[in-house]
Ligand binder design. Structure first.
Ligand code: FAD
Length: 395
């Protein structure tokens, strides 16, 4: 049987980032177990984390990646967001944020998940403190006094004083540990692809509400745009059945003329949208992290950014335990971590939820209210500052 100070199950964006942070800050043995095979040159480690999607990294996340020394590599795959426009079709209100007005260079950066994956997996591979087991899956968890024993078919069993489950929204470890979830099905899908537009302004991130649909168009480093098109499941399925010309035409209808002509797009991929929140995030010697702890609607583009702040808080707690010579997985310390993260997690969860409900409910009179809301955000002193701070990841 193998022993490790920390075992991370799941080597997606969150698991990898945690492993890197622990390796940089602590002197401890780390094993990261990932179900998918890892190819640092391709960044194709995980179909879930490192697929064809892009992720909007907040300013706080970007600063953290700079501190980790990953920024020069990240920048090869990331485009800055310098302005944000929010509007709704058929409504008169709109809301704008400009980085210059907020005295920052950028609100954040949009990174291709595949590129980000290759940066993270190369950094993990270069870290002697991190032992990667991939591809292999944890099949069984045994909880023992003060330790956790994991059974991994094809490998020896592994025992640890701190096990972190970062194995995604449908976490098997969470279930195996008897942790229930609060689950809400939005009855929506997010369609994701990259599009080319004839007049999209550099650095512009656009969010457009069209009836019950939400379209986010984000800048990409190659000049194309990342599209995240959220629609009720039935509409999304119909869009997914369309041929490329029909799909492009429907997209153009929603976007209007503001970004010019839609002249090309990659093959769309659809994701079902749910909110899944673990009712418990820590047990003695065990932590539930990332999508496994909270899987949110992507409308606010904050899911991963929230996870990064969780990772940093957890590493602080674990580092302090190590400094005091105490067990890394001591329950009191882990409970302190959860207590410290509660407010941020609640704010981001309800912000994402409210945004979805407010902009996709099809109630008479709501269009007018939404217009007032958007116009209000644009002119009420202070409201822009608050939103800009949230966008940048400073809650
Ligand atoms: C359409 C969409 C757009 C998004 N856009 C944004 C955005 O713009 N900004 C933002 O901040 N967030 C965004 N998010 C959220 C972001 O994608 C998630 O926060 C992030 O993927 C969480 O990563 P994770 O590592 O926790 O989970 P995952 O990406 O699900 O990774 C889990 C990993 O665990 C592995 N695994 C699973 N089971 C096992 C097992 N038994 N043993 C070993 N390994 C296992 C899997 O192979 C996988 O690699 C978006 C999400 C969606 C769906």
């Amino acid at each position: 049987m193998k022993q490790a100070d920390v075992v991370i199950v799941g080597g997606g964006m969150v698991g990898s980032l945690l492993a890197l942070n622990l390796a940089r800050r602590l002197c401890c043995s780390i094993v990261m177990i990932e179900a998918q095979s890892i190819d640092p040159s391709q960044g194709s480690m995980s179909e879930l984390s490192f697929d064809g999607r892009s992720t909007a990294l907040s300013r706080t996340t970007s600063l953290h990646l700079q501190q980790l020394g990953l920024w020069p590599e990240v920048l090869h795959h990331a485009a800055p967001i310098t302005s944000i426009h929010v509007s709704q079709r058929g409504g008169w209100g709109r809301f704008r944020l400009d980085a210059g007005e907020e005295q920052v260079d950028a609100f954040g950066f949009v990174i291709e998940n595949a590129g980000f994956g290759s940066v993270l997996s190369r950094a993990v591979a270069a870290c002697p403190e991190i032992e990667v087991w991939a591809p292999c899956q944890v099949e069984q968890v045994e909880v023992q006094a003060g330790t956790t024993l994991l059974h991994v078919p094809g490998r020896m069993s592994i025992q640890t004083g701190l096990m972190v489950a970062a194995d995604g929204a449908f976490s098997r470890l969470r279930t195996a540990l008897g942790i229930a979830v609060e689950q809400h099905d939005y009855g929506q899908k997010a369609i994701v692809c990259n599009v080319r537009l004839s007049h999209a302004r550099e650095g512009l991130a656009l969010e457009r509400f069209v009836g019950e649909e939400i379209l986010a168009v984000l800048p990409r480093v190659d000049g194309s745009r990342a599209l995240i098109w959220t629609a009720p499941t039935k509409q999304a399925d119909a869009l997914m059945r369309m041929n490329p010309t029909q799909f492009g035409r429907e997209l153009q209808l929603r976007l209007g003329p503001a970004l010019g002509r839609v002249y090309d797009h990659t093959k769309p991929v659809a994701y079902s949208l749910e909110r899944i929140i673990a009712t418990q995030q820590v047990q003695p010697g065990r932590v539930i992290l990332g999508n496994a702890a909270h899987f949110l609607h992507p409308v606010a583009g904050q899911g991963f950014n929230l996870c990064v702040r969780d990772v940093l808080a957890l590493v602080n707690v674990v580092e302090e335990q190590a400094r005091l010579g105490k067990p890394l997985g001591e329950l009191a310390a882990l409970e302190g971590y959860v207590a410290g993260r509660r407010r941020d997690q609640q704010i981001i969860t309800s912000f994402s939820d409210t945004l979805v409900r407010f902009f996709t409910w099809n109630q008479p009179g709501l269009m007018h209210l939404r217009s007032v809301g958007l116009a209000g955000l644009d002119i009420i002193p202070g409201s822009k500052k608050i939103l800009a701070r949230m966008t940048m990841g400073a809650v």
